[in-house]
Design a protein around this ligand. Structure first.
Ligand code: CP3
Length: 328
């Protein structure tokens, strides 16, 4: 069976030969070939150059033949194309020079315009040409809550306000256009990263994150493109995650898969990235087999990590993880 078909079957909870496998943050710093490009180019330059995006997205797939390729990009690209100045500070990561702090700042944000992500659209088409049906292509966005947290630098400090609500509404609208542009470019699936969703209690999540994700999922439904929702500290939020209408819940490593299984939706996860970094390849093979055993017979299962690959992870550990799934 070809990888794309295997991946899409799992998203629809249909039986296939084995669970598909890919890793969040598979295109990144643990790969020497990524480091080689990174030594020559700035991060923002890499994010906005179609040749570099294509090359970096394909690097992990060439080595490991995962069942899916996620496009190399960042959740902060959307606020950047909405006019916020994004800089990469070495040793820290991407930072906005000026945060969104007032109604005026909010009104100053520009509407999403797909002309401004022509480099990304080109890259998606190039990647698709290269992978054909030998991998599914994943496009992504951050959730409004998670992206707003970066734009305001901890919305928690500001507290739930009508201002935050306006920002979330605005981000929801632009994220829908942003994801529609990726779908038009040919992605097979969308993942919404709500990496900071777990900082909210279920009561707060029901107000500040879930409704906006639900609006995005509803708006994209007519495209028939499956949607994966990832939350890191997901266990208390599983009900609300499923309630957004997404097709797949991607859970953190603290959430027992045996518990996630009770929801009868497709599940992605949830190998501990710290174990992937620290354990020996032999231990990784054994723990990966345990994870597969828990999900044995569950058609809607996508093997992945509970969060992104950590930069210091040895390449052979990633190989041990991927190969163990591929050989079952
Ligand atoms: O998964 C992939 O391989 C695709 C690429 C991808 C990146 N960022 C590239 C990247 C994806 C899916 C993201 C999503 C993203 N970006 C998230 C959500 C997922 C998560 O990890 O929780 C978040 C919160 C961001 C914002 C962001 N980008 C931060 C906080 C940082 C600095 C910390 C870090 O992990 O490096 C980044 C930088 C970043 N995004 C790098 C890469 C490859 C590292 C850049 C470098 O130093 O070379």
């Amino acid at each position: 069976m070809q990888s794309k078909e295997r991946f899409l079957k799992a998203l629809r909870c249909e039986n296939s030969d084995r669970p598909p496998v890919w890793l969040m943050r598979q295109a990144g710093r643990y790969l020497p070939e990524y480091q080689a490009i990174r030594a020559q180019h700035g991060f923002i330059e890499m994010l906005t150059n179609d040749e570099l995006i294509t090359e970096i997205s394909l690097q992990p797939w060439r080595r490991f033949q995962m069942d899916a390729v996620i496009v190399f990009s960042d959740i902060l690209l959307l606020p950047m194309v909405m006019g916020m100045d994004l800089k990469f500070i070495e040793g820290q990561g991407p930072k906005f020079s000026k945060l969104i702090a007032s109604e005026e700042d909010l009104e100053g944000l520009k509407p999403f315009d797909k002309e401004k992500i022509a480099f990304l659209i080109n890259a998606l088409k190039q990647i698709k040409n290269e992978i054909k049906s030998d991998a599914a292509l994943i496009g992504f966005a951050g959730s409004p809550w998670t992206v707003a947290s970066y734009m305001m630098q901890s919305s928690k400090n500001v507290g739930p306000t009508p201002f935050l609500q306006k920002l979330l509404e605005r981000l929801t609208k632009e994220t829908i256009f942003y994801l529609q542009a990726k779908i038009e470019a040919g992605v097979d699936c969308i993942q919404i990263f709500d990496s900071w969703g777990g900082t909210l209690s279920p009561e707060e999540y029901a107000i500040w994150s879930a409704p906006y994700i639900k609006d995005i999922v509803t708006a994209l439904k007519p495209t028939d493109i499956p949607i994966i929702l990832y939350v890191k500290e997901s266990e208390p939020l599983l009900d609300l995650m499923v309630g957004t209408g997404c097709d797949v819940i991607s859970v953190g490593w603290e959430t027992p898969l045996s518990r996630a299984k009770l929801y009868n939706v497709a599940i992605q996860g949830n190998f501990n990235p710290h174990i992937l970094m620290q354990a020996t390849p032999q231990e990784i093979r054994s723990k990966t087999k345990d994870m597969l055993q828990t999900m044995k017979g569950y058609a809607g299962y996508i093997a992945n990590l509970g969060h992104g690959v950590l930069p210091k992870t040895p390449v052979e550990n990633v190989a041990a993880f991927v190969e163990t799934v591929q050989k079952t």
